[in-house]
Design a protein around this ligand. Structure first.
Ligand SMILES: NC(=O)c1ccc[n+]([C@@H]2O[C@H](COP(=O)([O-])OP(=O)(O)OC[C@H]3O[C@@H](n4cnc5c(N)ncnc54)[C@H](OP(=O)(O)O)[C@@H]3O)[C@@H](O)[C@H]2O)c1
Length: 238
C-alpha cells in the first residue's frame, strides 16, 4: 500500500486530497492543524486502517518533529509528501499607500515559504525509504513573477514566489538523488482561506482534488524539468 502525508488536511483542498487518496487505496497520514475542526474524524471512521491523523503546525519545527515521530511509530517509510498547508490574510489587499501589514507578511512567509521546507527536511529520512520519492507542493499562480498583475497581496504573492525558489533549490539538490517534484496551482477553490468557505470560487475541494491527484501521482515524461502547472495542465512562468 502506498503511503502519503498531506499537510493542512483539516478542510479545503487538503481534506479533498486526503479523501481522494483514501478512496484510491492509499495509506494516508493527514496533518491536523485545527484541533476543533472534526471533518477528518468522519474520514477516520470510514477508513480506520488507512488514515492516521497527526497534529502538524508547519510553522513549528517542534510540531513537525513530533509528527515525524508519530508517523515513524506506524510506518518505516513515506512514498509521497504533499505540502498543501497555506495561509492568506485579510490585510493582503492593502497597497503600498495603505499601511501594509508587515507582521502578517512575516506569518505568511513562515507558513507558506518556510513551512514546506521544514516539512521536507523533517520527513526526508522516511521519504528516503519510500518507493516514489515524490515531493508535491501546492503553490499558486500568485507566486508567478512572470504572470503577476496584482498591485497588492504582498504577503501571499511573495511567500509563494519564495516557496517556488525554495522548491527549485530542493530540486537541484534532491532530483539527482532520485526525487521527483510536482509544483501545482490548484485553481480557484471553494475553500476556507478567507476564514469562511468561499462559495464564489470555481471548484469544490473534492473537484480540485480530483484534478490534483492524477498530476501528483502519475509519472511525467520529463522529470528533469521543474514546472509550475495548473489544474488544467497549463504551465505557468516562474
Ligand atoms: N483556495 C484557492 O483558490 C487557492 C488557490 C491557489 C493556491 N491555493 C493553495 O492551496 C493550499 C490549500 O489551501 P485551501 O484553499 O484549501 O485553504 P484552506 O481551506 O484554508 O486549507 C488550508 C488548511 O491549512 C491549515 N493551516 C493553516 N496554517 C497552518 C499551519 N501553520 N500548519 C499546518 N496547516 C495550517 C488551515 O487552517 P486554518 O483554516 O486555521 O488557517 C487549513 O485547514 C494552500 O497552500 C493555498 O495557498 C489555494
Amino acid at each position: 500500500m502506498r503511503t502519503v502525508l498531506v499537510t493542512g488536511a483539516d478542510r479545503g483542498l487538503g481534506y479533498g486530497l486526503t479523501a481522494n487518496l483514501l478512496e484510491n487505496g492509499w495509506r494516508v497520514f493527514a496533518g491536523r492543524y485545527m484541533a476543533e475542526w472534526r471533518e477528518l474524524d468522519d474520514l477516520a471512521s470510514r477508513f480506520p486502517d488507512a488514515l492516521s491523523i497527526v497534529a502538524i503546525d508547519d510553522a513549528s519545527a517542534d510540531s513537525l518533529r513530533a509528527a515525524r515521530e508519530a508517523v515513524e511509530r506506524e510506518s518505516d517509510r513515506l512514498d509521497m509528501l504533499i505540502n498543501n498547508a497555506g495561509v492568506t490574510s485579510p490585510t493582503n489587499p492593502r497597497t503600498i499607500r495603505e499601511d501594509p501589514d508587515y507582521d502578517e507578511m512575516h506569518r505568511l512567509y513562515d507558513v507558506n515559504a518556510l513551512g514546506p521546507l521544514r516539512a521536507v527536511g523533517e520527513f526526508l529520512p522516511l521519504l528516503d525509504h519510500g518507493s516514489m520519492k515524490r515531493l508535491c507542493f501546492v503553490s499558486s499562480e500568485a507566486g508567478s513573477i512572470g504572470a503577476s498583475q496584482r498591485t497588492s497581496w504582498f504577503g501571499y504573492c511573495m511567500s509563494k514566489a519564495a516557496l517556488n525558489m525554495g522548491i527549485r533549490n530542493l530540486f537541484n539538490d534532491l532530483r539527482p538523488q532520485g526525487y521527483t517534484f510536482r509544483v501545482y496551482h490548484p485553481g480557484w477553490v471553494r475553500s476556507y482561506m478567507g476564514g469562511a468557505k468561499n462559495d464564489s470560487a470555481d471548484l469544490e475541494p473534492h473537484e480540485a482534488a480530483a484534478y490534483a491527484i492524477p498530476f501528483f501521482t502519475a509519472p511525467r515524461d520529463d522529470e528533469d524539468r521543474l514546472v509550475l502547472t495548473d489544474y488544467r495542465g497549463h504551465e505557468w512562468p516562474w
